[in-house]
Write a protein that binds this ligand. Structure first.
Ligand SMILES: Cc1ncc(COP(=O)(O)O)c(C=O)c1O
Length: 385
């Protein structure tokens, strides 16, 4: 196993002049800290025994029920055969899926580039990752290429996909492709792991239902997260999938961390009960849309002769590619010399020894002034490339 390129970048020196467009962090301005402080005081004065005691591995029952109800009511997610368990972030839902569904040497098909944390989790179980090319039009995994891979690759167990506001590319898989994905998974009898932490962070474009909402036969394990809509430090996410699978995940979780942090599970449940999460998400989206627009305008002003990009309709990232198809790492290194951190596209590749013309820019954490200054500095840094 190797350290994640992004975690290493996050360890960069704490220089106040440094602008990070590298991390995938939500803006702390969106964290409901005041509300949480009030709820926390109540928990410590009235429910401390429940919050500080051991709990069950599946998760705090009221939070499980509330989350499952919200997902089924608002997004038609989850059927009678499904079960929702609370995990320590979507990251753990992914890791547990790999743990229970794959054996050493099995193949997992995924988008290429894809989320480093998931690739790392899958690699840690010695599976073979096989990248499926994405389409050039921003519509995500190419279903013809997926079909070809399923036809020719033995031992495929799982298709890992981030269909909405993909990390790192921002792509969105159209509904027709989602239906075809399910059909192909059925035809070749493989499971789908749908990683969907960004789908509620939509700034424009139409709503497309998650693959899980179309899953009538229990083929999809859905990894969700409170990280981007409440706060990532609470480390809470969930897996929603067919009960025989989630029950094995519970066994796998028992030996990992027994259960997710109970104090924050109770706090999260009370927050969802007492406050308007949908209203909160709307406010987050207004803030992030402004940041995305600022980044797009800055790029247009300073870098349209060097980079191409597609405006993401949601999520946290803008994926750029060099017009000359040169190495994105060269761009990132030049930007770093001007104190702007970015992530070179190669870090997200299934085979990260390959080169990529891509660079991932994050617009959720930096404020608009930092975004403008960051892009201006990148343009100056890469002038001679
Ligand atoms: C696509 C994707 N999946 C999962 C995660 C992990 O999220 P969590 O904080 O819920 O573990 C991230 C975090 O950046 C992500 O980008």
């Amino acid at each position: 196993m190797k350290p994640s390129a992004i975690r290493e970048i996050l360890k960069a020196p704490n220089d106040p002049d440094l602008i990070s467009l590298a991390a995938g962090n939500p803006s702390p301005e969106t964290f409901p800290a005041q509300e949480m402080a009030e709820i926390a005081a109540g928990i410590f004065s009235r429910n401390y025994a429940a919050a500080l005691q051991y709990g069950v591995t599946e998760g705090y029952e009221p939070l499980r029920v509330r989350t499952a109800r919200r997902l089924s009511g608002k997004y038609a997610l989850g059927r009678e055969f499904d079960q929702l368990i609370i995990t320590s972030g979507a990251q753990q839902a992914i890791e547990l899926s790999a743990k229970v569904l794959t054996n050493e040497g099995d193949v997992v098909l995924c988008e290429d580039p894809s989320f480093i944390g998931a690739l790392g989790a899958l690699r840690s179980y010695n599976v073979r990752l096989a990248g499926v090319p994405s389409r050039d039009d921003g519509s995500g995994m190419d279903m013809d290429a997926l079909e070809a891979a399923l036809k020719t690759t033995p031992n495929v167990k799982l298709i890992y996909t981030i269909p909405t506001y993909q990390n790192p590319t921002g792509s969105v898989m159209p509904e027709a492709s989602r239906k075809r994905l399910l059909e192909l998974a059925k035809q070749y009898d493989v499971m789908i792991l749908e990683d969907n932490p960004y789908f509620e962070l939509r700034y424009d474009g139409e709503y497309i239902p998650p693959v899980k909402a179309l899953d009538t036969e229990g083929r999809v394990i859905y990894a969700g997260s409170f990280s981007k809509i409440i706060a990532p430090g609470i480390r809470l996410g969930f897996a929603l999938g067919p009960e025989p699978v989630t029950q094995k995940m519970v066994v796998g979780k028992q030996v990992s961390d027994v259960h997710s942090n109970l104090f924050f599970q109770i706090l999260c449940d009370r927050y969802l009960e007492q406050y308007d999460i949908d209203g909160h998400i709307e406010k987050c989206n207004a803030l992030y849309k402004l940041r995305r627009d600022t980044m797009v305008e800055s790029l247009q002003r300073h870098l349209s002769d060097k980079l191409r990009w597609r405006v993401p309709h949601g999520g946290f990232f803008l994926w750029c590619e060099r017009l000359d198809n040169g190495d994105g790492a060269e761009f990132s290194a030049a930007a770093k010399a001007h104190k702007v951190m970015t992530v070179p596209g190669a870090a997200f590749l299934v085979d990260d020894t390959q080169k990529s013309p891509g660079v991932r820019l994050n617009f959720s954490l930096p404020n608009p002034a930092q975004i403008e200054e960051g892009v201006r500095r990148i343009a100056a840094a890469v002038e001679r490339i």
